[in-house]
Design a protein. Structure first.
Length: 218
């Protein structure tokens, strides 16, 4: 373990503890991962967030071979497959948050009902087809559903989000949960009024110039 690995291990522990504290995740559900050179760091199997330490984070390679005494999350295939195939991201967060999972259990994608639906990287938030937890098939359907996207629901299971850092992946997972709660709420009052393709395209253009930018040099 070296300094950079320590930093990433700490970030993964922090993400799991923040998910628990914010109610996004509970118990031993949910997991997180990050790229570590040509290997990967993933959360261990079956350890509640409160008991996680940087040392319990597992270093694993593409084949599933891992270092140390802790077994990796049962979803390591999904994490490793995403990190290996997506050079645009470095971290993955998966959880069973309440509203996202409610919609996932109804197999309902989230339509463009709010401009922040675009946090998924597209105008809607897709649902990956159901497959057994931890299976190669689940990894495969999630990877293909996430093509060109940063987040999706997982049918009858939960949600997953991708980021450049563990903190960014968590931020996206949190926003997916908010969007899911909005959709759930509008379904109770007659359904949402959706934004048009043109309105969502304007959102993507506006995102490109949103936030803090370096000042122009004079
Ligand atoms: Zn899960």
């Amino acid at each position: 373990m070296n300094a950079r690995s320590d930093e990433l291990r700490n970030a993964l522990v922090a993400v799991m503890q923040q998910m628990e504290a914010s109610g996004l995740n509970h118990g031993t559900a949910g997991n997180a991962s990050a790229r570590w050179g040509d290997k990967f760091l993933v959360t261990p199997s079956g350890i509640p967030a409160a008991q996680l330490t940087p040392d319990s984070i597992v270093e694993i390679d593409r084949s599933g071979a891992y270092e140390g005494d802790f077994r990796p999350t049962s979803e390591w295939r999904m994490h490793v497959g995403l990190l290996a195939g997506r050079p645009d991201i470095n971290a993955v967060v998966h959880c069973h948050s309440q509203y996202a999972t409610t919609l996932a259990c109804a197999n309902k994608p989230i339509p463009p009902l709010h401009y922040m639906t675009a946090v998924s990287g597209g105008p809607d938030i897709r649902v990956a087809p159901y497959a057994l937890f931890g299976s190669e098939e689940l990894a495969s359907v999630v990877i293909s559903t996430l093509e060109g996207r940063r987040a999706c629901l997982m049918a009858n299971h939960g949600q997953i989000a991708l980021g450049r850092t563990p903190a960014e992946a968590l931020m996206i997972a949190s926003e997916v949960e908010v969007q899911a709660s909005f959709y759930y709420g509008t379904l109770a009052i007659g359904g949402p009024v959706l934004l048009s393709n043109e309105q969502m395209n304007d959102v993507f253009s506006a995102f490109l110039s949103y936030g803090q930018k370096p000042k122009k040099e004079v």
